[in-house]
Design a protein around this ligand. Sequence first.
Ligand code: ADP
Ligand code: MG
Length: 642
Amino acid sequence: MVGRMPGNPHHGVIVGIDLGTTNSLVAVCDERGPRTIDDERGEALLPSVVRYEDDGAGSLRTVVGRDAADYAIDHPLTTVSSVKRLMGRSADDAAGDLPYLAYRVAPGERGTARVLLPIGDRQVTLSPEEVSAAILRELKDRATRALGEEVRRAVVTVPAYFDDAQRQATRHAGRLAGLEVVRIVNEPTAAALAYGIGVTGAPREETVVVYDLGGGTFDVSVLRITPAQREGETAFFETLSTAGDTRLGGDDADHALVTLFASEVRAMLGLPAEGGASLDAFPPATRRALLAFARDVKHRLSDADHASVEIAVNERDVYRRTVTRAEYESMIRPLVDRTLDCCRRALRDARLDRAAIDAIILVGGATRTPLVRAAVADFFAREPYTALDPDRVVALGAAVQAAILRGDRQGTLLLDVIPLSLGVETVGGAAAKLIMRNSAVPARAVERFSTSVDAQTSILLRIVQGEREMAADCRTLGEFHLRGIPPMPAGVPQLEVEFLVDANGVLTVRAVERRSGRRASLQVVPNHGLSADEVERMERESLAHARDDMTRHRIVDLVANSRLDLKWIGERLERHRAELDPAYAASLDRHAASLRSLVDAADADWRSVDPNTLHAAKEALDRESVRLQEVAIAASLRSDTP
Ligand code: ADP
Ligand code: MG
């Protein structure tokens, strides 16, 4: 969908591009806020890999992205990856990177790094800008197809430490791809913009740490964001310090796993473990398989406790291996510790204490690793922002910057209050609101819930936004499970749910079951993907349905509570019937039956039941059951069974 075109309509859309070392993405920001643009296969991430081939007519043909990345091992000399490391640098500067690149690099004009490729019987020389341009062109074409209009302008992100030559090279790559690079933005700044920091016009200064663990590089930046002084101006982003390691990233975890698998495969085949576990002895297809397996295991271990691989090494032997999360974490712990050393350095250079940091933003696919999240949370004694997909957040922020440059700030909801109420779905589908519409940020609320079914060991929490009384009529922001609760009778577990909206509008929901201590949490940005029009529509609808909705909410809650009462009373009645006066027992039966028939009717059609009648029937049964409760309590005191 194409956004409105204020400002100069001749210029059209501006996209945001994250031109990454490992992966690149393109995003736009329209009235629904920023979103990344997928390719035809539904993939947002384009591997920053280009393979060059002879097209048979003496010209070069490029294969960009997934196909080039998957078969890089088979074409080591003609596949260019990580070209971002060469952008705007001399061959001398890049010398340290060369051992890690399979293709050839040599000095060109004025010593600048050039890529040398053997194509057929020719030697082709390319500048890093030309290779980057192939990636940018792919993204430009993708956006053009998706938006239905020629994309000519882009905001492109670069690392905060990029010098002028590297930034110029990035602009030049854009030009070669037919894109006017209207602004170069630092990656950490983009990440902050994606979270609305410096966009929402709040009158406070913020200090933010951006922790970016990508495929091959780690960068940490400390930013100070000073809000705009006047309407229409944008916030001022200052980089207080940067630190990092250009040889540290998710790829290192892949290599650690590959080394493990390779050495075990060698041992299994009775091969000598020469030089650790050099992969060179394996044919390309085996190396490719090992790498693919390693990456797959790594990704699965971000969600699961263990992951298994099965590799047919030859016709007879199958290598089977299960890697537990604990084992994997002990392998990567040193890598994570190195990132924390960089964080320490960045804070020192910024002359700041950990306590001075207002928010930590996680960026880069490798920050999906639970150990990384936990280590960062531990280091800063604060939960980092994870609500936005860490491998998209930079591209999303570039798109926000693009929208700001077009003078179109519609895409981000500029509100310092919570525009729509926030709550959870309860039994029966009602929406229990914890934070009401128009509350100022930051805001916090806690509410207690319980279960409605016996021996429920997992509780699903669905977070909803909106003014309607039923969750189905609200917007779902996300859901998560609180698992591992020991079996208890319905109503006994004590579920405490906390909603916390911080000054940047990021919502953290924490749930804890008090008796077992089990906890789980979720983080979302409630205003993401929400347009001002939509807020208005949801308000209008809530007014139109207010009366019906309220009745329904009341009935749903009454039904849920009546069911718990009926169950409790039914069980006690069966157990103690013999001890009761038969006339009293019969009266309880009658009251229970009439409540049950109302509950069943309400379940079939909530409109068929008057809530006051239902309420009265429930109250009547509760009153009538007082004596039964006394009998049950007396019995439990005697026997220990409640
Ligand atoms: P870059 O900024 O260098 O282009 P990305 O931010 O795209 O890189 O990060 C790529 C890295 O993230 C790769 O090493 C990839 O394996 C890793 N990664 C992606 N998804 C996951 C996941 N679910 N768990 C762990 N690592 C992941
Ligand atoms: Mg990146």
